[in-house]
Design a protein around this ligand. Sequence first.
Ligand code: COA
Length: 373
Amino acid sequence: MAVEVYEGALDKGLEGVVACTTAVSSIVDATLCYRGHTIESLAANASFEEIIWLLWNNEQPTAEQSTSLMNELSENAQLSEQTLSFLHTLPVKDVHPMAWLRSAVSALSLWDAQSQDLSEENQRRVGVRLMAKMPTLVSFFHRKREGKDFVQPQKGKTMAWNFLYMMGGEEPAAEAVKVMDMCLTLHADHELNCSAFSTRVTASSLSDIYSAITSGIGALKGPLHGGANEQVMRMLFEINDAEKAPAWVENALANKVKIMGFGHRVYKNGDPRAKILKSMSKSLSESTGNSKWYQISDIIENAVVSQKGLLPNVDFYSATVYYSMGIPMDLFTPIFAVSRTSGWLAHAFEQYSNNRIYRPRGKWVGKENQKWS
Ligand code: COA
């Protein structure tokens, strides 16, 4: 008896499939908007706290609302003694920080007796709790790995300030805070990307928010998604010499090797975030004595554009921005996760508010009529 084969259209990687309606962020040609505001105007004018408010509430916050959210987040950023003693039991040696972060975020639900409550009020409470603790978790990992004591965040400070403060253990320079705040803004959301979709798929079974965000972190970790920024810096180190860059690119393309930080499923005329990050990378790498890495990046970009017609995406120049700030390479993707948690939460809230479980079909291509002996 022939197996009934599902005859619907097959779209490998769901290219072009519209899986849900969304009002969180949009991509039209080369224009990215959060809630109808272009990324260029948000990067120039809004703080990350204002972005979070915008993504979660679908409106620009007043000054009081944004300050109140900043205070709420900084108060929730602290880790309890109970959580800290658990985190100290997790290994950090030879552990990728994204694997550690995925485990830590999942574990946070174990100290939240209301984690299963999907009421709107509780969704927001869990959202604030999770959002607030993301930078603290990443900093905890970083300092523990370096053999340094954990630094609790300060109340009444922005997420960008507190993150750099906890990482370095001292008050950060205003310019560094500004750069970090802009990086968090640029990475906050991006329509139905792989990790936002994973978050929504998990939420669609009416599972809890911790599970949904854990799914997002797992999807972001991969090198075809958020993990690309770390791989970009590793590639720059491997090339190491601007003169060698064009031949390196030619060889990679001839061998069908994916060049990290290039290409995009949706943008065919360039990623607007990459343009902003390129100019940040240029000025920051020059002012910190890291211009060599910017120059190699620029040559790689020219070579990939001329040889393959592919343009850089968000991960290409964010690598040199973070590197110039003295951030270890394997923390680039966790910083992406800190920022993107704001968007994942907005997607989870939206999914719960208009839910239908995601359940696509698979086209059968396997054996038929097998007999078990
Ligand atoms: N380097 C070299 N070739 C690339 C490439 C890259 N970064 N990105 C795409 N291509 C090529 C593919 O090999 C393929 O070429 P072919 O038609 O000659 O076989 C073509 O472009 C289409 O690529 P495909 O992988 O099918 O595109 P996709 O839409 O499935 O994937 C990405 C999109 C982003 C996953 C892909 O461009 C990629 O892997 N980029 C590198 C990783 C990265 O930077 N990820 C971060 C995304 S924000």
